[in-house]
Design a binder for this molecule. Structure first.
Ligand code: ADP
Ligand code: ZN
Ligand code: ZN
Length: 903
């Protein structure tokens, strides 16, 4: 007999009598596998559970069962496992490490709604055994007849087809008699693949590219001729001209015929027949020549490399129906109804190939190549913004794909990184699945199935894309590895993508590349200590304008170690000089310069800045907790200052304890207010605001970004999201309205957060040859995070921050776990958190755990949420697991191991 250990999908509720009870985290049951049923680890199955049928996931197979009595598995739901073997192991680790039920960890890996995608079919048993049919009731007989007549029918259809009640029960009786069996199947994707008039490439990419070159060649030649004439001052000898741009005389003749050029009487020389501006326009228009539509259509299809809907193609390429048919006649393009995958597709087709690497990139690449062959390894690629990290990811992925494996690329947020996604999609045409929370459930299911069925080479997505069921994962890239969005904070399992990736690497041998300009302190520490391979890319790549990227470079690009200059403005000085506006004199001047030059500016504001802390406007002093060193938060209700970590409280002072100034006040400024001020100060400027409030709508991000990229606005005001990996070539000025808001949130990671934000925002300036400038306004110019951001000196920041963490016992020196309890009645919440904190302290004493503390209870930073009061405990220890796996933590508590923030 074979047995399967199964995590069963039953809601686990502790019994009423004992609401303090907790259940074991890895609750599984053993079932026997009927003769002839093929069952694998990771498979979705139906099992009897009490009086019901439930779904479950097979987590192990064995020849023995720890329990005497086992029931049979009823059936498998899909012949293919829904989870790979390594994923089941990964789920066990998640369950243990993040203290969540195993089933929750398993389910986090499945596309949402999968359990509802199951249908039940009743099938007659073929071999007739008359004896089995003796004594059937009429009801039973009619069901059986119907099922036989149709040779199998969905349960729902039987119910609809017969007026008999309790069809379910009758089917059960027929099953016991062995007359019918139930088949449970995973539904085909509910959203059927979409069929639409499409076009696709009928030839290889290379051939298509040759054709693009051929089609655009005449136009390009003509442009070259005009260019040469412009440069020569308008007139050139015919022979000389043709030699210079290596073109035939016909090209010139055609331009003469069109009246763009004219020949002299002797026919020996040509000159421009139109004025300079007209000629320049003609050169720009050359790309849109008569065959331009065909060329662009081919380029779009190369980028898409799957069928592309015609409506889309017309829009992208501006090609005519005749043009398209010409391409089809030449055998380059196929036309017809085809299934289109609902992949969010690249909006701008880019003709891009692997560039020649700079020496630094080459050096990093050599190391990565070595590590790709070496089994589980982790690389930290520390490179400033624009240093060419993404190109390295792309090459590494290419190598992995050549080896027949797949890669995962993690991005902090899809909506904020459309340009990055686009680059991957266009470089692995047709082989990229984008997992996207804004896809419909059906679309998500489709993409998940493509990944599972080995139909893609690369999966891109935010957080949960790490659970893509790839058959042979070879590489996991985590771009901007320091981003907090990689941590699931909302619900269990509260996992961190980076740590899951490290575990995955251990389980599968995949290489992990963590990339960032501002790595997480803990990550950098691990790299310094030799646990990760540290690769540095300190130079920026000079990008020569936007169009340049579309030409294929033939040499390695120039690099520069110069980052845009950063100026710190001391707002206390501004105040002393009588300037009460939100713009310092410096920022005002710089804005005027940028606007006058027709360039763009970004004004950055930390959204969470509406948080209230108390700041002295004369000396910059901020009141902190003496025990935890985090800023105290102002509570209007009680007029108190509160530490959200240990509940230390103190009265609001009306004088600064440091300089006795009375100009002490709480702080907060929103993007709307900034927009108002900007409009007042620069009525002529076109202003765009980009924050969560204005970007609720679908595609709102893309729209705003597009508008700004097209220079339909001069100033972009935004929060965190504009700090992400956007490439905005016309931006020459970045102004940070106030660095302080990020600095004084009551959390131990605010220094790190501020440094990261300031550096990332600064990285948006001067990405083109126009150069750029960054201005950071602050009341705390001496703060090490601000100073390090000015000098763009990660090393200096790292040392200071590490010292601070060490002094107060914060990570990476200790591990933290945050426990939050919410209750509609404040007192109940307080009582329960006091009870648990006592229990934890008792447990520490009993186990004799050294260096293990419980902080709190204290009200959570967001102390009331949806009508519930939130209380929090923080456990601080070298390892929180001995304590937390020993102490029963009742349901109702949200446990967050390694929280990214205590807010
Ligand atoms: P990062 O990911 O570090 O921000 P990217 O890979 O996006 O850097 O590179 C910045 C810019 O430089 C991009 O426009 C990219 O296409 C270009 N680039 C990167 N490497 C090269 C190279 N070797 N040759 C030419 N252009 C490059
Ligand atoms: Zn002061
Ligand atoms: Zn405190």
């Amino acid at each position: 007999m074979r047995y399967a250990e199964i995590a069963v999908n039953v809601p686990l509720r502790p019994s009423k009598s004992d609401d303090r009870a907790s259940y074991p985290l890895s609750l599984t049951f053993h079932y026997s596998i009927p003769e002839g049923m093929a069952v694998q680890v990771g498979q979705l199955v139906w099992v009897p559970f009490g009086a019901r049928f439930c779904q479950g996931i097979v987590v192990a197979l064995s020849d023995r069962s720890p329990v005497q009595e086992t029931k049979d598995i009823i059936s498998t739901i899909d012949p293919q496992p829904v989870l790979t073997g390594y994923q089941v192991e990964l789920a066990r680790w998640i369950s243990h490490y993040y203290l969540c039920p195993l089933l929750e960890a398993l389910r986090a890996m499945l596309p949402s709604g999968i359990e509802r995608r199951v249908t039940t079919t009743i099938v007659p048993v073929a071999a007739g055994d008359e004896a089995k049919e003796i004594g059937l009731t009429t009801g039973q007989k009619s069901v059986l007849d119907l099922v036989r007549s149709r040779n199998g029918l969905e349960l729902e259809e039987i119910k609809r087809g017969l007026r008999t009640k309790n069809v379910g029960a009758i089917v059960g009786q027929l099953m016991r008699r062995g007359l019918v069996i139930k088949l449970l199947e995973m539904e085909r994707p509910r959203v059927r693949p979409k069929f639409a008039p499409t076009a696709w490439l009928a030839v290889g990419v290379e051939e298509a590219q040759k054709e693009v070159a051929r089609l655009t060649e005449p136009a390009r030649r003509r442009a070259l001729v005009l260019q040469a004439l412009l440069e020569a001052g308008g007139t050139l000898g015919l022979t000389d001209l043709c030699a210079r741009v290596s073109c035939k005389r016909e090209t010139v003749a055609l331009l003469v015929k069109k009246g763009v050029l004219k020949k002299d009487a002797a026919g020996k020389s040509v000159s421009l027949a139109q004025d300079r501006e007209q000629v320049e326009q003609l050169i720009r228009d050359a790309a849109r020549g008569p065959k331009g539509g065909q060329a662009r259509a081919l380029a779009a299809l190369i980028a898409q490399a799957g069928p592309l809907e015609l409506v889309e193609l017309y829009k992208i390429a501006g090609i005519s129906r005749a043009g398209l048919q010409a391409l089809a006649r030449k055998g380059l393009v196929g036309l017809g109804e085809r299934e289109v995958w609902r992949t969010p597709r690249a909006r701008l087709p880019l003709l891009k190939k692997a560039p020649i690497f700079t020496p630094r990139q080459e050096q990093a690449w050599q190391e990565i190549q070595k590590d790709l062959a070496a089994g589980p390894r982790v690389i930290l690629l520390h490179g400033v913004t624009g240093s060419g990290k993404t190109e390295i990811y792309i090459r590494a992925l290419g190598e992995v794909v050549r080896q027949g494996k797949q890669g995962i690329v993690m991005v902090p947020e899809i909506a904020l990184t459309p340009q990055t996604i686009q680059r991957f999609v266009s470089r692995f045409p047709g082989r990229v699945a984008v997992l996207h929370s804004r896809l419909s459930l059906g679309e998500q299911f489709d993409e998940w199935r493509r990944a599972r069925d080995g139909l893609v080479d690369v999966v891109i997505g935010p957080r949960s894309a790490i659970f893509a069921p790839l058959p042979r994962p070879g590489l996991i890239v985590i771009d901007e590895e320091h981003e907090w969005t990689y941590k699931q904070q909302e619900h269990s399992p509260r996992y961190h993508t980076r740590d899951v990736a490290l575990k995955l690497s251990e389980l599968t041998g995949a290489l992990v590349i963590l990339g960032s300009a501002t790595p997480d302190i803990a990550t950098y520490q691990r790299a310094k200590e030799g646990e990760f391979v540290l690769l540095e890319l300190p130079e920026r790549i000079k990008v020569a304008g936007r169009e340049a990227g579309e030409r294929l470079p033939t040499t390695a690009p120039e690099v520069t170690s110069l980052l845009p200059p950063v100026e710190i403005v001391d707002l206390r000085e501004e105040l002393r000089a009588g300037n009460r506006s939100i713009f310092s004199r410096s920022l005002r001047r710089a804005l005027e310069v940028a606007l006058a030059a027709g360039q763009q500016a970004i004004l950055f504001l930390n959204r969470r800045g509406t948080a209230t802390f108390i700041l002295c406007r004369d000396c910059g002093y901020v009141v902190r907790c003496r025990r935890c060193a985090v800023p105290l938060a102002y509570h209007q209700m009680e007029d108190d200052l509160v530490c959200h970590q240990c509940n230390y409280r103190t009265l609001v002072m009306d004088q600064c304890p440091k300089c006795w100034s009375r100009r002490i006040r709480y702080f907060g400024l929103g993007t709307q207010k900034v927009e108002e001020e900007v409009r007042k100060a620069y009525p002529q400027a076109r202003v765009l605001r980009w924050d969560w409030d204005v970007t609720r709508g679908k595609d709102a991000h893309e729209r705003i970004l597009d508008q700004f990229l097209r220079h339909q606005a001069d100033i972009l005001i935004g929060t965190q999201m504009i700090a992400k990996g956007l490439d905005l070539p016309l931006v020459t000025l970045v102004g940070v309205i106030s660095a302080d808001t990020a600095l004084h949130l009551p959390d131990f990671r605010t220094g790190e957060r501020t440094y990261q934000l300031l550096t990332q925002v600064a990285g948006r300036a001067g990405r083109s040859l126009l150069g750029g400038k960054v201005i950071i306004q602050t009341y705390n110019p001496e703060h090490y995070a601000v100073q390090a951001a000015r000098d763009q000196d990660y090393g200096a920041f790292f040392r200071k921050e590490l010292a601070y963490r060490g002094e107060h016992g914060y990570p990476p020196y200790n591990q933290l776990a945050r426990l939050v309890y919410a209750h509609p009645v404040e007192e109940k919440g307080r009582a329960e958190s006091e009870r648990l904190s006592r229990a934890l302290r008792q447990c520490i004493a009993q186990l004799g755990l050294a260096n293990c503390q419980v902080l709190g209870p204290a009200p959570a930073y967001v102390s009331r949420l949806r009508g519930r009061y939130r209380w929090q405990l923080v456990v601080r220890a070298e390892d929180v697991h001995p304590l937390l796996s020993e102490t029963p933590i009742p349901p109702g508590w949200a446990v967050d191991v390694d929280p990214v923030s205590l807010l």
